[in-house]
Design a protein around this ligand. Structure first.
Ligand code: C5P
Length: 221
């Protein structure tokens, strides 16, 4: 069974998707980390971001492995490195590149096919990567709530940012995510939308577990 989890940045998708996968005993696939890893590789190779074919060629040449919660780039564990803000700043070059998207979607399908049960998290999982998934979730929250959560995370990492800066950057990312010509952020028609405002992680995962278990066959063990 495939459960897709899409939604805007800061809706809590990552934490929720991981927790849901753990509870159901499913594998978790963090597709954002794959786009981030391609961007990291491009940055390290000193690529010209205005040459999308070069980035696509590089992406196709990479050995990207997703091992549990870790992402390996040519054998190196880059799980933390891909989340640095200088990588976040250039990840859009990977995410906006149709050839990179095509390659990563293929890879995501291959990874999911090797597993029986997967929770896959991103922006286009229910719409493009797995249109036939048995259970599709669109997780969202109000812009202010999302910015508050992101601010807490960044402050915990020691980044000196204000609420206004986080909110402005988030609006820009939302705009970029929604206006992308290939794989834009939107809820699949058959997705269940859940707004997480005012809900604890536990409450969100409880609701999603119910939704997953009531989804079509095969039944969750
Ligand atoms: O979710 P995360 O913030 O790690 O995603 C990193 C970037 O990759 C985001 O800006 C998002 O737009 C992009 N992304 C995407 N398609 C996915 C997952 C992430 O375009 N399936």
């Amino acid at each position: 069974m495939i459960i897709t989890m899409d939604g805007p940045a800061g809706a809590g998708k990552s934490t929720v998707a991981r927790a849901l996968a753990r509870r159901l005993g499913f594998r978790f696939l963090d597709t954002g980390a794959m786009y981030r890893a391609v961007a990291l590789a491009g940055k390290r190779a000193g690529l010209d971001w205005d040459a999308p074919d070069d980035l696509a060629r590089l992406a196709r040449s990479l050995d990207l492995q997703v091992a549990g919660d870790r992402i390996l780039l040519n054998g190196e564990d880059v799980t933390e490195a891909v989340r640095a803000s200088d990588v976040t700043a250039v990840t859009r070059y990977a995410a906006d590149n149709p050839q990179v998207r095509e390659h990563l979607v293929k890879l995501q399908r291959r990874l999911a096919a090797a597993e029986q049960n997967v929770v896959t998290e991103g922006r286009d999982q229910g719409t493009v990567a797995f249109p036939n998934a048995e259970c599709k979730i669109f997780l969202t929250a109000s812009p202010e709530e999302r910015a508050r959560r992101r601010l807490r995370d960044l402050q915990a990492q020691g980044e000196p940012v204000t609420f206004e800066q986080v909110l402005a950057a988030q609006q820009q990312r939302d705009q970029q995510d929604a206006s992308r010509t290939v794989g834009p952020l939107r809820a699949a028609e058959d997705a269940v939308t859940l707004c997480t405002d005012g809900l604890s992680l536990e409450q969100v995962v409880d609701r999603l577990e119910k939704i997953a278990k009531s989804s079509s066959m095969p039944p969750v063990p």
